[in-house]
Design a protein around this ligand. Structure first.
Ligand SMILES: [Zn+2]
Length: 404
């Protein structure tokens, strides 16, 4: 009996100690040496054909150049800048050839600012390939590319990923080559001074993003599986992001879609797989809060509990995440682009009361729109807004307006 209660006590103590799993981002990485894993490297372009390897650094650069050379009508290759050790920080810019669609919103994927979190690196390369191959063959991808300008930066910390040398990811580290955590190195919108001077990788990233008009972005990480939305600097009780409801809905769509392919995913932080960053773990000088303060909606996607997946696992992660990754790009069309018009996007696409009682004329519109409610008539002008879907709030209800 005594032995049983001791056992129960030990079990309870263990459970309590593990109830709040700490955010892996908050601590130096634990050397991942327990499980033997295959880390097969592709040393030629051809060896990436089956998508069951990580590319060496030269093959990675070759792949990005190859995309641009093979699909010159659909994409071009940008250099965001150089890392401290002069490796390329590359970005493939992809869009469709339908010239009749103008004012395409710009979308940004950026991965692996923590060099040892390489799942996103692999997924982004495969996404580039999939989007380019899909254009003209898949209705969904053709439509997506035709109305969106997609920027994909698969590797924002190449020195960290290839810390063990250009030919392997085995020695990958979280930090850049100066041992600075790039996700604690951004200017802090809430005033916390950074520990280190702004690193070269981040400086180039800030410059690049300032030259564009990214409306939606995702920053890909690993070490957990959760959609982490702003703010990271505060708990939701301290400061709720004005678009928190929209973020929750977007995050849940991403997770639910993934779970239709693998129901075990996104369960190691909480059951929903979506969390306010600060509710998980408060950090300062993170990239997410900086970019959101600059008007770029960015979420942090933690995509695999294991930071460096065994290469025989890679295809499975693509199969269960690819649909979510593509759908997330489409979310750039799911919110109003001007918060002075729509301050409440929580009712995205679902507001039967508005649809029935409130009318918007004309809808779709190219500019001026009139909204008639039972008590008033409101005028808005969307002429200077890009094409897309807008949600205009009137007396607590939201009217969906399509800008052509
Ligand atoms: Zn990370």
């Amino acid at each position: 009996m005594k032995r049983v209660s001791l056992l129960i006590f030990a079990l309870l103590a263990f459970t309590a100690a593990n109830a709040q799993k700490p955010r892996p981002d908050a601590f130096p990485p634990v050397p991942d040496t327990l499980a033997p894993k295959a880390l097969n490297m592709a040393t030629t372009l051809e060896e990436m054909a089956n998508w069951d390897r990580y590319p060496t650094y030269p093959v990675y650069v070759e792949m990005m150049e190859h995309f641009a050379e093979t699909y010159p009508n659909l994409c071009h290759l940008d250099s965001i800048g150089l890392s401290v050790q002069d490796r390329q920080i590359l970005c493939l810019v992809i869009t469709g050839t339908n010239d009749s669609i103008t004012n395409k919103p710009e979308f940004f994927y950026t991965s692996t600012m923590h060099g040892d979190e390489v799942t996103g690196f692999y997924l982004m390369l495969r996404l580039c390939d999939s989007l380019l191959r899909g254009y003209g063959n898949s209705t969904e991808i053709t439509r997506l590319l035709d109305r969106t300008k997609i920027f994909i930066n698969p590797l924002s910390n190449p020195d960290g990923t290839y810390h063990g040398g250009d030919n392997t990811v085995r020695g990958a580290i979280r930090y850049n080559s100066l041992m600075v955590d790039l996700n604690r190195n951004y200017p802090d919108p809430f005033g916390t001074p950074p520990l280190d001077e702004l690193q070269r990788e981040n400086s180039y990233m800030i410059e690049y993003t300032s030259q564009h008009n990214f409306r939606l972005s995702a920053n890909l990480h690993g070490g957990a599986e959760v959609m982490n939305y702003p703010w990271d600097s505060y708990t939701s009780r301290e400061l709720t992001h004005e678009n928190a409801e929209w973020w929750k809905a977007v995050g849940q769509r991403f997770v639910d879609t993934c779970r239709t392919y693998d129901n075990y995913r996104f369960r190691d932080v909480n059951t929903r797989g979506v969390i306010n960053g600060g509710d998980w773990y408060v950090i300062s000088n993170g990239r997410q809060d900086y970019f959101n303060s600059q008007g770029i909606r960015e979420i942090t996607m933690e995509l695999s509990s294991t930071k460096i997946l065994s290469t025989d696992q890679l295809d499975h992660y693509w199969q269960c995440l690819s649909h979510s990754l593509i759908n997330y790009i489409n979310e750039v069309h799911s919110f109003a682009t001007c918060d002075t018009i729509a301050t409440d996007t929580s009712t995205v696409g679902i507001d039967p009361i508005a649809d029935q009682a409130y009318k918007a004329y004309p809808n779709p519109t190219r500019g001026p729109v009139t909204i008639v409610t039972p008590t008033e008539t409101l005028h808005y002008n969307l002429s200077d807004r890009p094409a897309g879907i807008y949600f205009i709030r009137t007396k607590g209800h939201t009217v969906k307006v399509i800008k052509q």
